[in-house]
Design a binder for this molecule. Structure first.
Ligand code: T6T
Length: 325
């Protein structure tokens, strides 16, 4: 009898949880993924991971985004997605502050919000503090650590001395801000290295290439650059090539598009720090699904890195983290 009461109580508890999460077992859930931009191999890989998870748990996945990494373009996409009222939105917010109010509209409409790759506010969710803690979870790389790894790699390849700079996107993006923070923090441990002023390229590789050449024109003793995301790194590397400085100006790249293989092999790029975007997409969908079906979820999930260089890039266990097109 006692066992029966316990079993009934368990049923009652789970029924309450499902009711509070608004879950109806017969309804097919829809999860929308809004990337930072649609044509970036990083988000294309993230989409593949999200699709794998959606297939595994039987939810519909919608992928909708803007052609550029820009809050002015992302907010209308978000509004259109909110109007379709999916059960959850996974989003890589393109600005820490400018996406808070637009996303609040989704949460107020009863849509579960998870941020992937980037965060809003401080990135600390479900704390009851501030106006941006409403997303249920943040799934991403540890970007401060990534910046530190980049700094250590660059310091090593330049023999711990000389002038370097960070090629970055623009201030206000959580990921790239944190990479720069981690990079500069670690460089404090390398007194022989001077970190010049950061150059912001608006996610435009051509701009990053010409900025590299301008920095070089002002500092002919430049020895290194950290490209803080895919387009910054690609552009900085191209700038080094155009200036005929391969091997003289060392390049540490964040992200790993398919072109990274040739760049590592030719010595144009010394180190590439690959994120695991497919993991981010996979756990993003799984987290939303768990929440929507009445389970508790962690408020943050950290995904890994793979550090690539000339010596390991042919290893299949490394090469599998090259981003998909
Ligand atoms: O580095 C990634 C992503 O983590 C960042 O938030 C924005 O840029 C990328 O998408 C690469 O282009």
């Amino acid at each position: 009898m006692r066992k029966l009461i316990a079993a009934l109580a368990a049923v009652a508890v789970s029924a309450t949880v499902f009711a509070s999460a608004g879950y109806a077992a017969d309804k097919k859930l829809t999860i929308a993924l809004i990337p930072g931009l649609t044509t970036d191999a990083f988000y294309i890989s993230m989409r593949k991971g999200a699709e794998a998870a959606a297939k595994a748990v039987g939810v519909d996945l919608v992928f909708q985004g803007a052609p550029d990494f820009n809050p002015v373009l992302q907010v209308p996409v978000l509004d259109a997605v909110i109007a379709r009222h999916p059960d959850a939105i996974l989003i890589a917010p393109t600005d820490k502050n400018q996406l808070i109010q637009p996303l609040k509209k989704a949460a107020d409409a009863g849509i579960t919000v998870v941020t992937v790759d980037t965060f809003i506010g401080t990135g600390k969710y479900q704390t009851g503090a501030g106006d941006a803690d409403f997303p249920i979870s943040y799934i991403a790389s540890d970007n401060i650590l990534g910046g530190e790894i980049a700094a250590r790699a660059l310091a090593k390849s330049i023999g711990d001395k000389g002038k370097v700079f960070v090629s970055n996107v623009k201030p206000g993006i959580s990921t790239t801000d944190q990479r720069e923070e981690g990079f500069k923090r670690e460089m404090k441990n390398h007194p022989g290295i001077t970190v010049l002023e950061t150059q912001f390229n608006d996610d435009d590789a051509n701009k990053a290439a010409s900025q590299l050449q301008s920095v070089l024109a002002r500092n002919n003793d430049l020895v290194g650059v950290f490209g803080a995301n895919l387009f910054s790194a690609l552009g900085a590397a191209n700038g080094v090539k155009q200036a005929n400085k391969i091997g003289v100006v060392k390049v540490v790249a964040f992200d790993a598009p398919s072109s990274i293989v040739d760049n590592l092999k030719s010595g144009l790029v010394d180190i590439a720090i690959a994120q695991h975007p497919a993991e981010i997409g996979y756990y993003g969908v799984m987290t939303a699904y768990a929440h929507l079906t009445g389970n508790s979820v962690p408020t943050a999930i950290g995904t890994g890195f793979t550090v690539m260089d000339k010596a390991n890039i042919d290893d299949p266990n490394v090469a599998r983290f090259i981003y998909k097109q």
